[in-house]
Each structure stands twice: as structure tokens, then as C-alpha cells.
Design a protein. Sequence first.
Lengths: 260, 260
Amino acid sequence: MAAAREVRPASPRRGVRHHPTLAGLAELPARDRAYQDLRYRILTGRLAPGTTLLETELAALLSLSRTPVREAAIRLAEEGLLEIRPRHGITVRSLSPGDVRDILDVFSALEIKAVELVARRGISAAEAARLDALLDRMERNTAAGDIARWSDLDDDFHSSLVALCNNPRLQRTLGEYWGQQYLARQMVVRLRPLPLQSDIEHREIMAAIKAGDPAAARAAHTRHRDRADHLQLSLLHAHLSGAQPGPAPIPRTPEQEESP
Amino acid sequence: MAAAREVRPASPRRGVRHHPTLAGLAELPARDRAYQDLRYRILTGRLAPGTTLLETELAALLSLSRTPVREAAIRLAEEGLLEIRPRHGITVRSLSPGDVRDILDVFSALEIKAVELVARRGISAAEAARLDALLDRMERNTAAGDIARWSDLDDDFHSSLVALCNNPRLQRTLGEYWGQQYLARQMVVRLRPLPLQSDIEHREIMAAIKAGDPAAARAAHTRHRDRADHLQLSLLHAHLSGAQPGPAPIPRTPEQEESP
DNA sequence: CAAGCCGCTAACGTATACATAAACGGTAAG
DNA sequence: CTTACCGTTTATGTATACGTTAGCGGCTTG
């Protein structure tokens, strides 16, 4: 199995913890430990798509009783990471290109709204500085050609933006989609060209936010997500060319990295 | 307790059942019965905002054991209808104006995306006819001044649109927000002016969809939701004038009700 | 040989038991 | 009179028990 390499946990940050990490699951309720543990295993590929386990087996795997494991599984099913088919087991979902499109459609719509709200609300100098610093680091990684690290920082940038939008429900729902979006992205990270255009667009988004211009921010982020989502889907389809549109395994080919 | 009058269940329809109804909870699993029963009681005001019950009390109320009731409560909490505070009970949430704004921001963003997707996908003549028929009925009710019935049809129209968008995740997430959006709307239905403008905008949306023009559909629906949401918030603030921005009880003024 | 019926197994849904730890009240000390 | 500590109560979180029913395979019959 390639991709056995651990997903590099992004540096700990304020704001919502999205990245797969097991840190600090110390004295949480068992249900939350089950949730985080399972989520971690799914997002890192330790639990491969298609894997099917019974409630009892999951409970044994996590050394817990069925009750908290069941609650965790229900939650992960609601997030689209598991599929529960009573009497047939609990299966790790695999994402077809259609699924990826659906996920990105929702995720982007929500994120665009979040950015608009951030611009409307306005951000402090400190917050702007933090985001700008992230963009600086991303551009350095682009220059260095380190797309994996850039990708982590990109996650950070987008999550940090969302964390400023001041709409808890929006944040929660985006969080629910985060795992799926992360998996979808992992399917193509290795195929991505150098994110020169993304770096430019990020600066435009930041400019609109700093200017307190919600319409401009919305427009800039819409352009960004439309282009990025389209690219992601193109890469996915290209990579899967020949494969049927059915459930696609997560591709793990180490390919080229190019510059536009 | 005013508003004791039952919420008029909209006519049964294909597509997602959103309206509060108890129909057909016959042989469902206990957890689903608990979910639907509780949701129904909340949306109809039988369980008033602020009501706090312990898991045991809820279980007794529904004549079930704690396990399925607990799972139902967790789900309703995720939907924002209940708040679970361990050792302090399970409380029916009340919506502050800020909550309503947050809810509408998310709900509208998602619905606009759904409409865009419907326009992109294109709709059949039969589907178009069904939607047009709904609009006809709405306009007749507008002419008759029956805002309550118009409101039910409006729910139907919006839900029917979403049902055509072909993105199950988007539909699911919209469904999760439906209850909150419904409650928010109920807070002001009685204060609404005649929806003349909405009727016009609905026709514009339909035209863009029939034309298969996603950008136009998005623009039309954005205008519609922006205006309608703004109106709703204005009505809410006006109605609550004097009240503090804290958790606001759902207004239950026994005002005029037009005859059906 | 195919197809349908029947009985068995066990996974799940639900109920219940149990342990823990948080809230509350009372008491005592400052 | 206020505050802090302690003991009791009990709601919750988790584990476990139990009944039901969905699958599944074998058997029988056409």
C-alpha cells in the first residue's frame, strides 16, 4: 500500500482542528474517542475504502462496547465517511468522481459564503497578519515545489478563514464536510501542478477581505473555488480514465509535478 | 399557549417530507419514531422553546427506553433543534435573531446552489409543469390574501426545486437545516405582507431554470433569497423591538388568522 | 438440474444494569 | 454573613443482556 506515509499533521493552530490527528484524545468520552479514532483511520487510509466491519468487530477494534462505537459510527455515516447497512456491516465509503463533484459543490458554496461573511464582518490587523503570513509560507513552498506542504498550509488558510466568519452553524456544517473534502483532495494531491494561480487568487481574496468588500470577496473566492474544483475534477477524471464511473479506489500513483 | 392550533400539514407530495407530520410512523424503528415524534412536537410548538427534560423524562414521554431516545436527541441536537447539556438536561432551543440570520445565511447559500444545479441539469416538461402549477396556486392564494396557505405552497416549491438538484448530500444538508428554517419562518408568518414580489421572483427563477441558464438561475434565486431573508429579519427585529438580543422566545401572539 | 421453501444463526435494535462523576445542599469555619 | 469543603444524590456514559428478524444455506420437490 502506497500512501502508507502518515498524513502530516499540520502545525497546531487556533481554530477548528480538522486535520487527522489523535492528539489529546486523552480523557474524552469513549464515544468521542471512537469518533476521532475511526475518523483518523479513515482519513489516513488505515481503514481503506470498502472495508466492512460489523458493530461488534468495530467495538473490538477500538476496545469499547458497542454503544459508544455505534454512536460514533452513526455520526461518521452522517458525515459521509461510513455507510451503515444493517446486517451487512459498516463500510468505509469510497468516493466516485460524482461524489467528489457533489462534495465540492456543497463545500465550495459554504466556504464562499463564509468568506463573504468574513469580509462583511471585517478582520483585525492581527488576523490579517496571521493569514498573510500563511500566504507567505505557501508561496515559499510553491517556489520550492513542495506541493504536499503547500496543501497543508492551504487547508490551514481556508480553515482559518472559515474560523473568522462568526457563524457557528456554517462552521459546523463545513466541518462535517471537511473529512470528505480532505479525502477527495488526497485523491489527486500528487497530480496537482504548481499552485501558482491559487497563490494569486488567495492574495485577491485577502485584499477583498481587508477592504471589507463582501461582494468582491465573494467574487474572488468564487473564481478561486470554481477554478480549483474544476481542476481537481479534471485531474481525477484524467487519472481514472478507463476506469468506470463506479466506486473508485483512492488513487495512489506518485506522478509528476509540473508548473503551468 | 397560543399557536396551539395545529400546523397545517401541506398536501402530501413526492420528494422529501419536510413538514411536521406524524403520518406513517407506524412500523419504524423506535429511534426514528422518537426522532420524528420529537421533531414534530418541536416544530409545532408542542414542545416549547426552553423546555428542558432529562433523558429519562424524554424516554418516559415517548414510552421508550433511553437508548433510542438518546440517539434521536443527538440527531436533533446536530440539527440545532435541541441542546444537550449533560447533567443539565435536554433543552428545546430558542432562536435569537442572530441565530435566524445564521440559519438563513447557510440555508440560502445551499438553496441557491441547488437551484443553480437544477438549471444546469435541466428539467423535464412534466417537472416544469408541476412547478408551474404550484406557482399558479400560490398566486391564487396571494390574490385571496391567504398567506398561511401561500407559505405552505412556498415550502413545497422550494423543496420541490431542491429535490431536482441531483446532489444527495446537498439535499441532506438542506434537510438538516429545514427544521430551523421552518421555525424561523413561523416566527414571522403572521407579520408578512402579501408576497407579491416573491411571486414575481419565483417566475423569474423558473424562467431561468427552463432556459437551462445556471448563472441566471443563480442570480435570480440570489435576489429572491436576499430580499426575502432581509424582509424576514426586518420583520423579526420589528416584532421584537424592545426585546433584548438575548435568546428570544418564539412569539406566539394570537393575531389574526386568515381563513383557509 | 432448477427453484422454492424452511429452519438456523447471529447481527442489530432496544432495554436494562451499573459505575462514575457532577451538581446540590448543608455545615462549619473565617 | 460569606465562603469553602464535604457528603449525598442522581443523570449520564458505558457495558451488557435479550428478543427479533433478516440473511443464508440446505433440503425438498417439480
